[in-house]
Design a protein around this ligand. Structure first.
Ligand code: AMP
Length: 300
């Protein structure tokens, strides 16, 4: 079993969902991804928080097996993001992004983390994602996540990063935006040409596509009647996928397909609770039962 190194944001989120407001709940790409990955093995987290970050949150992460040696605590306030979801939860708008201590964040990888073989570069500035790669020895697998903001303002840096990434994870809109291709299969080809041999395109409630050259795997999302909060589903998906791969050390196509299923299992739990509540309290039995549910869902 290998640990997974996860770099990204650790945040407070204020979420407006279905007429309710959840103020300053735990969020951030690294937080969701780390909690998801701990279902499969140990995690090393690299990020930054302010002095206002509560002990309850650090304890939650540490108790789940997250090594916080790479979590800097600096003077100032923790990154804060505020978003409002549409009534059908299919879209959201960002109301506010307070970078706070994140504005001056330069990832510093502790020496004990530098030879970790499984590395997830969560959604942060691609220039910082590159700084991480420069501090570590060549890992067995590097996964990078990104978002529309970086495609808009850091396209060149993102393309440079892609040359050193094995698995690129992005959503359908971002895949189209980065490649200027409308068709996702054609977009995936263009993404392969940037460097990553494996491309995963997330389609929200419509599931995910795993593309490795000509080899394509498509998995639906679990149809759920009780969606509470879609925040962090993408980060959760990527964290669980990496945690699962790190557990076995097997990065074959067959195991990547299983990893996509486990990513979708944890993402389905993620959306059923506000903030990280449901991914933090799902048991090993819950995870296995839902994996079996996916098997039934896709068997014919
Ligand atoms: P997702 O729903 O998977 O897109 O991820 C949502 C998480 O991303 C929230 O918990 C936010 O705190 C975090 N987030 C939002 N904007 C940014 C940003 N510009 N950089 C890093 N993390 C962000």
């Amino acid at each position: 079993m290998h640990p997974t190194l996860i770099v990204g944001s650790v945040a407070f989120d204020t979420l407006h969902i279905g007429g309710k407001c959840h103020t300053k709940v735990l969020g951030g790409s690294a937080t969701y991804a780390s909690i998801a990955a701990t279902h499969f093995g140990p995690v090393q987290l690299v990020g930054v928080v302010g002095r206002d970050f509560p002990d309850t949150a650090t304890r939650l992460l540490r108790d789940r097996g997250v090594d916080l040696a790479g979590l800097e605590v600096t003077d100032g306030e923790t990154f804060h993001w505020e978003g409002r979801y549409s009534d059908d939860l299919s879209s959201r708008e960002t109301l506010r992004t307070d970078l706070n201590v994140f504005a001056d964040f330069r990832p510093k990888i502790p020496s004990t983390f530098r030879s970790t073989p499984f590395v997830m570069l969560g959604n942060i500035d691609p220039a910082l994602q590159m700084e991480v790669l420069e501090q570590i020895t060549r890992p067995k697998l590097v996964l990078a996540d990104t978002m529309n903001l970086w495609i808009d303002i850091r396209r060149d840096e993102l393309c440079e990063l892609c040359k050193r990434v094995d698995v690129l994870v992005l959503n359908d809109e971002e895949a189209r935006q980065l490649t200027d291709e409308k068709n996702l299969v054609v977009a995936a080809r263009a993404l392969h040409a940037l460097g990553p041999k494996t491309v995963i395109i997330k389609k929200g409630e419509h599931g995910a596509l795993l593309l490795q050259g000509q080899d394509v795997f498509s998995l639906p999302a679990l149809p759920l009647a009780d969606v509470a909060d879609p925040t962090g589903a993408g980060d959760t998906f990527a964290g669980a996928l990496m945690g699962f791969l790190a557990r076995s050390g097997d990065i074959s196509s067959a195991n990547l397909r299983r990893a996509v299923v486990y990513g979708s299992v944890l993402a389905s739990f993620c959306v059923q609770g506000v903030s990280t509540s449901r991914i933090a309290n799902a048991t090993a039995e819950d995870v296995l039962a839902r994996y079996n549910e996916f098997q039934r869902l896709t068997s014919f």
